[in-house]
Ligand binder design. Structure first.
Ligand code: ISJ
Length: 396
């Protein structure tokens, strides 16, 4: 759908809260996002029931939003929200407000803002994960270190949950705006459907981006707290962090090698800000036309997910470890999500710094890269900082 403006008298100004309520009341699904370093929020709405299940070819897909849980072999457990309607709003104002043309109002059905009183989002279906204690997480890290010392893996990324209670119904639109303002260079996103429940993320990590002829991905790892007024060029990284991030870079280069792609640009590692944290990031880009890899986005998505930034190395051993040792289901945490073919851009992000919104609370998820030299308590503190990325900004 186009966003051309119709005469002012016929446009309807609708708050995100009213819009979300309207969609949920009619049984639709939506995904809302603000790309890094942009001012615009986009909402993709699907009216027909049921998200499409299974792998899609992002190059040939309709406009929509692609979502994947962490455990997703062959990407067959993915979901696709087909955008029947696309709306945009800027974040310059104090509230998220959409301006709907007549055509868009027709597509959305009759909307009476005064009658919108229901929920703005779907509550989680199925079992809600419990809180992970510090003791349990540190024990998991110790088991990871033992497996590495026994030679079964080089790196593992154990994760945990953190459950917080809600004092009031979750103010979704207000919180998305708060996150967008606090974190200009993050992808701020939320998706809500009966199948997936509701997830919110402020993620720093691109998994796959394609626009016109360019393919991009990044290797992101190594974490430290960002200090007030810190000069990024003075940041010190330990050998452990440098090696941990280099493993992720190597994993990406090995994936290029697997498909005999030899020409790519590599830049970094650079220290980057992600909310309250600093990471090391290497940027990769490929010209898909010159290298004759028109489907590189779909190909790399399958090769990369889950990367060693969120799973470990080697991948199969790390996956087995996570499946057998973690006591919670990661669901969409460390999976991926993002728009596909929206104005020719497909941009999928790793779902990090994320949480599930349930009717009785928020379930946050975070992990930390563990190598032979890890300290369990430090890894716990790292996951606390990662949870704080959301908790220090949102109201709950
Ligand atoms: C696993 C997470 O983050 C990943 C792990 C990192 C690390 O181990 O230092 C850093 C960035 C992410 O690639 C998370 O945020 O939960």
């Amino acid at each position: 759908m186009s966003t051309r403006t119709s005469p002012a008298t016929h446009t309807l100004s609708l708050s995100a809260t009213d819009l979300f309520r309207h969609i949920v009341a009619l049984g639709g699904s939506y995904a809302c996002y603000r790309l890094p370093n942009t001012q615009q929020f986009t909402v993709l709405i699907q009216w027909q029931e049921g998200l499409q299940r299974g792998k899609i070819e992002i190059e040939n897909a309709a406009s929509g939003f692609y979502m994947s849980p962490f455990l997703n072999e062959g990407l067959e457990a993915s979901y696709f929200l087909k955008a029947d309607v696309i709306l945009h709003a800027t974040t310059e104002a104090e509230a998220l407000t959409f301006s709907l043309s007549e055509e868009q109002q027709e597509a959305l059905g009759r909307i009476d803002p005064a009658k919108q009183t229901g929920s703005t989002h779907y509550a989680a279906s199925g079992k809600i994960e419990k809180d992970t204690t510090q003791e349990a997480y540190q024990h998991l890290v110790e088991e990871g270190i033992a497996a590495i010392k026994a030679g079964r893996m080089q790196k593992i990324v154990p994760s945990r949950t953190k459950k917080v209670a809600l004092a009031q119904p979750f103010a979704l639109a207000e919180n998305l705006l708060r996150l967008a303002k606090a974190y200009p260079n993050a992808m701020i996103t939320c998706f809500s459907s009966p199948e997936t429940g509701t997830w919110v993320a402020a993620t720093p990590e691109t998994l796959v981006e394609t626009y016109q002829d360019t393919f991009k991905t990044v290797a992101l790892a190594g974490t430290q707290a960002k200090k007030e007024g810190q000069d990024l060029s003075d940041t010190q990284w330990t050998q452990k962090e440098i090696e941990e991030q280099a493993l992720v870079s190597r994993y990406i280069i090995n994936s290029f090698k697997k498909i005999r792609l030899r020409e790519f640009d590599e830049y970094g590692p650079k220290t980057v800000v992600a909310g309250n944290l600093l990471h090391l990031k290497t940027f990769f880009s490929v010209n898909m036309r010159e290298t004759n890899f028109p489907n590189l986005g779909s190909t790399m998505l399958e090769l990369l997910h889950p990367t060693s930034a969120v799973c470990g190395m080697p991948r199969q051993e790390a996956l087995d470890f996570i499946r057998t040792h973690e006591t919670h289901n990661r669901a969409f945490y460390s999976g991926f999500a993002g728009p596909v073919q929206v104005n020719r851009l497909s941009h999928l992000f790793v779902l990090l710094r994320c949480m599930q919104v349930s009717s009785d609370g928020l379930i946050l998820y975070a992990g930390a890269g563990v190598t032979e030299n890890s300290h369990p308590q430090k890894e716990w503190l790292e996951t606390e900082l990662k949870c704080d990325t959301l908790l220090r900004i949102i109201k709950y």
